[in-house]
Write a protein that binds this ligand. Structure first.
Ligand SMILES: C[S@@+](CC[C@H](N)C(=O)[O-])C[C@H]1O[C@@H](n2cnc3c(N)ncnc32)[C@H](O)[C@@H]1O
Length: 273
């Protein structure tokens, strides 16, 4: 049986999980609608970009997904920023273009595998690699490519997840699915805990900043959509839906919400190793 998340299988990611933005969209919707922080993750992240970069900057985003970062901060993008958005998946970028609407003209957008960037050395003031370095089969290679295309004083911003991310959700999935050969947690290969050490193969000044926010989910359907977004055949077929619904509904009835701990943050990396 396919593992619930094939983190680093690029062919699976491109042709199935991220063929288009529907799976990612279901996950983003849960975070968007049930977060405990009034400051959304993309506002928090953009505040940091604005505080770090000048009014003129050349920026590359790798694994940009459907470009939520830019859509959510549309009115705050400095005119002097020259921005290129890339992703492994053409379908993901197509959905991104559609969601950006007229704003899409503001960006250069094309497919690219971060492990094989075509850009010249010393091109960018900043590279953004959010929630994607854990997908690379050869992370040192991808990280070295990012370092290569950054200017010598350029900066990498890389959001990722910590080991406790969505802990209560994964405990629920484990108890509902009860399949020992499905791998759920503990296989994220680039976490808040070990990411700095991995980045240190190419960077020498690495700071991690946590984003403080959890989830209090008050409806079952968005959680079920999140569950299905992992793409596992047995899960998508609905085999576990009744049990999943029952567990979530029971907790919402008892406590008013289903609590899920989030564990996210960003690495800000500079210098050369
Ligand atoms: C979890 S999504 C994150 C999307 C976006 N950065 C965000 O935070 O909303 C991961 C994205 O990385 C892309 N991706 C996976 N492997 C990649 C690679 N080797 N090079 C470039 N993009 C990749 C996927 O297609 C997907 O859009």
């Amino acid at each position: 049986m396919r593992r619930v998340s094939s983190f680093t299988d690029s062919e699976y990611l491109k042709s199935k999980q991220y063929k288009d933005s529907s799976n990612l969209g279901a996950r983003i919707a849960l975070h968007r609608d049930y977060s405990t922080s009034s400051v959304g993750v993309w506002q928090w992240f953009f505040d940091m970009l604005l505080a770090t970069l000048g009014s003129r900057a050349r920026i590359l985003e790798v694994g940009a997904g459907r470009a939520d970062l830019w859509r959510e901060n549309a009115s705050r993008i400095p005119e002097g920023w020259d921005i290129t958005l890339t992703d492994l998946s053409e379908g993901m970028l197509a959905d991104g273009r559609q969601q950006l609407g007229e704003l899409a003209d503001r960006f250069e957008m094309h497919t690219a595998n971060v492990q094989e960037l075509a850009d010249a050395d010393n091109t960018y003031d900043a590279v953004i690699a959010n929630f994607m370095l854990y997908h690379l089969p050869d992370r040192p290679k991808g990280i070295a490519q990012i370092r290569r295309v950054l200017k010598s004083d350029g900066v990498l911003f890389a959001c990722t997840l910590g080991g406790n991310h969505m802990r209560q959700y994964w405990e629920l999935v484990k108890s509902v699915v009860n399949q020992p050969d499905m791998v759920f947690q503990g296989h994220n290969p680039f976490t808040l805990e070990d990411g700095a050490q991995q980045l240190s193969t190419s960077f020498n000044d690495i700071v991690m900043v946590r984003y403080h926010c959890d989830l209090k989910v008050t409806e079952v359907d968005p959680m079920l959509a999140y569950f299905h977004s992992n793409g596992d055949k047995a899960i998508v077929s609905g085999e576990y839906d009744a049990a999943f619904r029952e567990h979530v509904q029971r907790e919402i009835d008892e406590k008013g919400h289903f609590f899920i701990q989030k564990d996210t943050g960003v690495f800000v990396a500079r210098g050369s190793a």
